[in-house]
Design a protein around this ligand. Sequence first.
Ligand code: C2O
Length: 349
Amino acid sequence: PIVTDQLCVKGEVPPDALPPFQCCPPASASEPINFTFPDPGEPLRTRRLVHVVGDEYMAKYARAVALMKSLPVSDPRSFYQQANVHCAYCTGAHRQAGRPDLGVQIHFSWLFFPFHRAYLYFFERIAAKLLGDPGFALPIWSWDVPEGMGIPEAFADVASPLYDPIREPSHAPPKVADLDFFLQGEKNLTDQQLILHNLRVMYRQMVSGATLPSLFLGQPYRAGDPEMPGPGTVEWAPHNTMHTWTGDNSRPNAENMGAYYSAGRDPLFYPHHGNIDRLWETWRNDIVGPDGSRRRHADFTDPDWLDSSFLLYDEEARLVRITVRDVLDADKLRYTYGDVAVPWLAARP
Ligand code: C2O
């Protein structure tokens, strides 16, 4: 398995990157503790869609981000360090245990879904703790349903803590998103045509192209392997494509959202990954095949996947070691997505 070591060095940031260039989280004075599940009596957080939760709830997320932004930058729970955590795991800054010559890269492999789940889990709990609202759940940017296919208004208000000035200006709302954007560049479609196109992209990535764990979750990546063996369908698109579509395309690296090292600096990153995580749950439980049969997809059972582990800071600022095995049951992590419509299931091309 890929076991993340506490050792973190300067990762590989691309040319023309925007500072800071060093993204290792603050060093922990003590050894990491092993992850334990939250109390099963904790309220179940329901992560709802941005366009469904309403302005008041979005104001709560804005307040959480503002609170994280107001923590000292030396605090691993600060917005600054949370963004850095993502940067560290994307630039190979963390080393593999016992292999100080090899970095940990959590993209383009089977680590993609579980890493981001663990990362959001702690991010959400930090937000809840700072808000003093134990039931707080992250809102979800559901770009796969027509009502969510564009940057939500709450993120476009320049006075809001959810605003990020480093985005593609021509993709501000009410622009309809293009879910396979970087594959073909800007398309010449009406909004209605683009929505239909997006639903078909979703069908391909979630149903016809994602019949096996390796196709959906990504290729195996084991200790000592070269990084980035290959992404799953959804990691490639809409995940990567929506990153690029959101970031400033006039910049060489399409910051902030369009580059791994800087994506976590945009408060939209977290609702974006909430949707990715929701699609993992959907793939496992709710896909209905062309013949009408319900398909439940199983994850990998390979111990090299299950025993891979990451180091992340929790809501008490303790460094925690969490494994892939730990994140496979959302209920045990005390969150759910409730019932969300999946209109693309009917969009078989
Ligand atoms: Cu770690 Cu959306 O990227």
